[in-house]
Design a protein around this ligand. Sequence first.
Ligand SMILES: NC(=O)C1=CN([C@@H]2O[C@H](COP(=O)(O)OP(=O)(O)OC[C@H]3O[C@@H](n4cnc5c(N)ncnc54)[C@H](OP(=O)(O)O)[C@@H]3O)[C@@H](O)[C@H]2O)C=CC1
Ligand SMILES: N[C@@H](CC=O)C(=O)O
Length: 454
Amino acid sequence: MMRTRPLKVALLGCGVVGSEVTRIITTQSADLAARIGAPIELAGIAVRRPNRVREGVPAELLTTDATALVKRGDLDVVVEVIGGIEPVRTLITTAFEHGASVVSANKALLAADGASLHAQAAEHGVDLYYEAAVAGAIPLIRPLRESLAGDKVNRVLGIVNGTTNFILDKMDTTGAGYSEALDEATALGYAEADPTADVEGFDAAAKAAILAGIAFHTRVTIDDVHREGLTEVTAADIASAKKMGCTVKLLAICERARDGRSVTARVHPAMIPLSHPLASVRGAYNAVFVEAEAAGRLMFYGPGAGGAPTASAVLGDLVAACRNKLAATTGAGESAYTQLPVSPMGDVVTRYHISLDVADKPGVLAQVATVFAEHDVSIDTVRQQGRSQGLGGDTNDGAADAPGGAGRLREGGEASLVVVTHRAPDAALSATVASLRTLDTVRGVASIMRVEGE
Ligand SMILES: NC(=O)C1=CN([C@@H]2O[C@H](COP(=O)(O)OP(=O)(O)OC[C@H]3O[C@@H](n4cnc5c(N)ncnc54)[C@H](OP(=O)(O)O)[C@@H]3O)[C@@H](O)[C@H]2O)C=CC1
Ligand SMILES: N[C@@H](CC=O)C(=O)O
């Protein structure tokens, strides 16, 4: 039966996501009312620039005073789609204090302060939902929190940033330049207000922290996540990946240690084989694998950024929060968390693709191989490409099976040596690279990239 008093909802922010949320609330009001059991009334929309043209947004609802809006005291739900830490944290806290549940798409804030916000929501008997904060439209938070609550998740791996996937995909498939691809992602509404968050991996690291926390029932913040962005990825890396039958993706990887006593969380570019399902994730799409003991391997896939897809996730949370308000209950509180230590990146074990600029003379390959052996890093393949002094581009380009197994480097000039390792601890690889840099014959380490997904 439909309740007569409408549920009052305030919107903080009306940009890429907020304008789509407004559109859906205003154009699908009857459907939403039927699903909730009461109509939604938009009580106000806080923005910075009220005079900006906003198609389909009721101008009379706009305000620049977000604080006054959340202090009204009659709001059922506040939807926060501004982004960033402050003033948003204070606005959300104020909303809780005034009895409103909060729906947010703000991964930066959740990854920094999720535990405290959950505690405050519980203290005030209201909800905090944030499905849109990770992987846009893809339902991921709720499946992890609810559907997999009875299982033991050991690994979460995937592409969780649409902007960087869009950029890498464009560079790989159309040969577009980095800046051109980033501009296009920004124009399409995928990038954060400051795209540094995307390209330097902060956005993906925030999402990794949120996912690891929920998946492993432990507290993980963005500071616990090892982070490398894609600004160091070169066209040569992408070309090299292609030669290996791989592509480059920015991955988020969260793992529970085998003994269950610690976890790791990391974000970095990685080469993955073209045969891996993540290799075919195009444009601003995201895809996440969740590996659980009983369920096995699950894959979640869909649009990871953009106004409408993100609004879909926000609306799902809004309906849930409104239903709870009607039933005078709360839904997804924080589950009983343990505090597992987060291990450093040095403990992570994976494979590596290392590209070295070396002197093109006899004995170099053996020298390089010795350094790998000294640090207990086993080499899988070596590929040599001559670069100068009459070598005329790539030569001797077949993979050699083992250190020393490749043909002798030709004398004079420089060559490029591409080494792919077997699985080794990150700390061992770092030590190997540090030693390689001390060799006279190693002129430079052109790139180091992890190889994942086998
Ligand atoms: N874009 C996407 O694809 C996705 C975004 N998100 C998250 O959603 C949130 C919003 O992103 P998005 O819509 O892209 O961002 P936008 O920059 O497009 O929109 C931000 C909105 O917040 C308003 N705003 C900024 N500061 C204030 C303030 N102090 N008081 C009141 N209003 C303010 C802006 O007002 P004005 O319009 O006047 O400038 C604007 O309407 C972020 O947390 C983002 O990380 C999550 C998933 C996907
Ligand atoms: N900037 C983010 C937006 C969604 O979270 C991205 O590109 O993934």
